[in-house]
Design a protein around this ligand. Sequence first.
Ligand SMILES: Cc1ncc(COP(=O)(O)O)c(C=O)c1O
Length: 462
Amino acid sequence: MNKHNNISKDWWKESAVGIPKIITELPGPKSKVMHANTTKYMKGLSGQVKLFPICFEEGSGIMLKDVDGNKYLDFSSGIYVTSLGHCHPKISEAISYWAKKLMNAHDFTTPVKEKLMEKMAGILPGKLNCIQLYSDGTTAVEAAIRAARAITGKHEFISGYRDFHGKTQAAVSCAQMYRGENFSYGPTRAAGFYMVPRPDPYRPLWTKVNGSIDTDAYITFYENFLKEGTVGNVAAFVLEPAQGWAGSIFPPDDYFPKLKKLCEKYGILLYDDEVLAGMGRTGEWLTLNHWNVVPDIVTIGKSFGNGFPVAAMIVSEENGDALEKISASSSYGGNPMACAAALASIEVIEEEEILQNVRNVGAFFMKRLEKMKAEHPIIGDVKGKGFLLGIELVKDKKTKEPFEEAGKLVYQKAFRRGLAWIPAGHILRMSPPLIMDEKHAAMGLDIIEDSISEVEKEFGYV
Ligand SMILES: Cc1ncc(COP(=O)(O)O)c(C=O)c1O
């Protein structure tokens, strides 16, 4: 039982009975009309929506319902956001309490902000306890860039190939999102922002003689790059702990410990952008905890408010004074509803022992994914920790040529079978709600496996 308001840990199970349940063709007739009406005006939607234009109207736990009455199993959590399940009763109640009592008080203290600050300082590692609150991940990333400049007095930044950090100017300068057709409005990288290769164990740039990935070679390259490719004014390495948008790519275990040492040697901050991977998604509060590395700056968002827009930027105590130079105030950051959502979400993770569930069911996911990899000719790699998972599709296991067309088809076929999830080209990304049990994890993977088998047949692999 949830000790504060007697909500059972199993609150989501009733709405999950009988899912997925598809009762119309997909997209259904109402979805089609509503989507067409919306896109008369709304432009620039994501590939996820363009490939499967459904109109959703309800969510509960791991179930999503569209306007035609079709019910889906959720393998996306919105977009890594509603991690404790859609409309968790405790979190919805906490938000609506403040929606009726006090919606905004600028950056004045409120009772719920007081509680949240203490709670956050309690769960973050080391002395990460100087906090600013924002309304979305990107704004928190911008604040982190300003904070790194204020702390170090330096102005250059290094991020990793295929990282993603948001869509404002500093954030896109640290990201590799705007390539190809998206690049048509001009260069996006601001001066002083650089990108370096980061290790992808399936596609290593540098390997040891035994063929395994050579982390030291990456670190040596960085050291050389600091000397030759910068003006010696690097404020921070800006990195996702595991790459979400790129397809759930985790670095080797020795990468972050070695990078942290390099940062210490050169007086560079390690800024860990946990907007996507943090707050329990990989079975720890922060993904860097897996490697016992405490960063100098962290950002969190997405799961932080379980769907309510709230994000945070945190620096360690010794650098806290620098935050006085970068005002935290914003119109919505830290409003009482946002604080209530974040506080309730953290309490739910603790009370429902979510981290343990993620570790247990995450191990089940990986075991099953490895089996699928062994049995399917187009699965080149499976990857993940906890509930941040990916399946990489290739045309040939030897050449590892990405199989983009298969990625799109598998996404659509699985959606048609009732799985709401996220495509990423040839890497199939999965981010199920962290409350999910093995039964529903297996159900989702069955749908994906059936869809992969069908695509393999269509392309003549079996
Ligand atoms: C690692 C990372 N940082 C920052 C962001 C931006 O967050 P938001 O979309 O809330 O602005 C994202 C969004 O996907 C992300 O994955």
